[in-house]
Design a protein around this ligand. Structure first.
Ligand code: SF4
Length: 339
């Protein structure tokens, strides 16, 4: 686990600080679905980084957990889970140094929580962690909702409206939900459909009106249902296997580079420049195209022309990656950013 040292610069009250530091992720295997679909370099570097984070930067994480918590508690198994956690905490508080009985009961309740609350007759399975073995590892993932009647998986997300049109988000959702489908199938639950249910935290009626008047794409309401394409099971399994192998190799020290797609990299550009000038005369997708232009039209310019290679920006690295500062790969790609 990454070593995060929390600060409390605003001197917020202790109960709120505790809530902001609380990690609600459930880990019941070697790797979770969220980690699996991340590049192995991020997962490996995260284990070693030491960083400081102010609790105020985790406010939206708290909102997200609150929504999941309320949704979980609004159904019977969620209520039962809550009751089990309360009893487990009560036993924990009574544990004594000379007698570990209370401690053992508390640990048992926590470890068996999922099984104890599972009701086979309930239509919906909510916030349940599934585990399946693959390539010698256990893969785990917590599914927000599985509708047994419709055989549909739903994932609830608190997110910004830009995700509605973001191609990167769609790609991530497709990977995540298809791996959940594989996990459920491996646990005996057939899956026929996948849906993302986004709660748009920055949605406003005014922006909706403004954008729809201009024909711009914007969600109609604060919450939506987005259908995600379900891939054939053998295709998902092949993807899961290749990801697991990548992560295993990374743990053995053989970390592969993040691909352009994983870095959300823009395409490289080859600019035709005039010697001494600072602005591109023309931009091309390949070096050959730029060079051909110079050979054909270079005679029209007083000063000589040359080709300048401009590597595409890696958006994920520069704006979202938690290990950006520790990453040796990005230092090779954009040395100027870190120097
Ligand atoms: S900074 Fe970029 S290249 Fe490095 S681990 Fe993150 S995504 Fe990969």
């Amino acid at each position: 686990m990454s070593n995060v040292k929390f600060t409390n610069k605003l001197n917020l009250p202790e109960p709120l600080v505790n809530a902001l530091q609380y990690d609600s992720h459930r880990m019941m295997g070697h790797v979770s679905v969220t980690q699996l679909i991340e590049p192995p370099r991020i997962r490996v570097l995260k284990k070693f980084i030491e960083k400081e984070e102010d609790v105020t930067d985790r406010m939206w994480m708290l909102w997200g957990s609150a929504i999941h918590n309320i949704l979980e508690k609004s159904n019977m198994s969620g209520k039962n889970k809550d009751a089990i956690r309360t009893v487990a905490n009560l036993f924990k508080s009574k544990s004594q140094a000379q007698d570990d009985t209370y401690d053992r009961v508390a640990n048992y309740l926590k470890s068996e929580e999922e099984k104890l609350v599972f009701d086979p007759n309930e239509r919906y399975i909510i916030e349940k962690t599934f585990v399946a073995p693959i390539e010698g590892w256990d893969l785990c993932g917590t599914v927000d909702l599985y509708d047994k009647e419709k055989q549909i998986i739903q994932d609830w997300k608190l997110c910004k409206t830009y995700k509605w049109t973001s191609a990167e988000s769609r790609k991530q959702w497709i990977k995540q939900l298809n791996v959940y489908a594989w996990l459920l199938e491996k646990n005996g639950f057939p899956v026929k459909g996948l849906q993302i249910v986004p709660f748009f935290r920055d949605w406003t009626a005014l922006t909706h009106k403004y954008k729809s008047q201009r024909g711009q794409d914007y969600p109609d309401t604060e919450v939506a249902i987005i259908d995600i394409p379900l891939k054939p099971l053998d295709q998902i399994e092949a993807y899961v296997k290749s990801c697991i192998k990548d992560h295993q190799r990374a743990e053995d020290g053989e970390v592969r580079d993040c691909t352009g797609e994983e870095r959300w990299a823009e395409a490289d550009v080859y600019a035709v420049m005039v010697e001494g000038g600072s602005r591109a005369k023309f931009k091309f997708a390949t070096y050959e195209q730029a060079q051909n232009y110079i050979e054909e039209f270079g005679y029209k310019f007083v000063k000589p022309l040359y080709v300048q290679h401009r590597p595409g920006k890696s958006k994920r690295c520069e704006e979202y990656c938690p290990v950006f500062e520790q990453c040796p790969q990005i230092k090779k790609i954009v040395p100027t950013i870190l120097d």
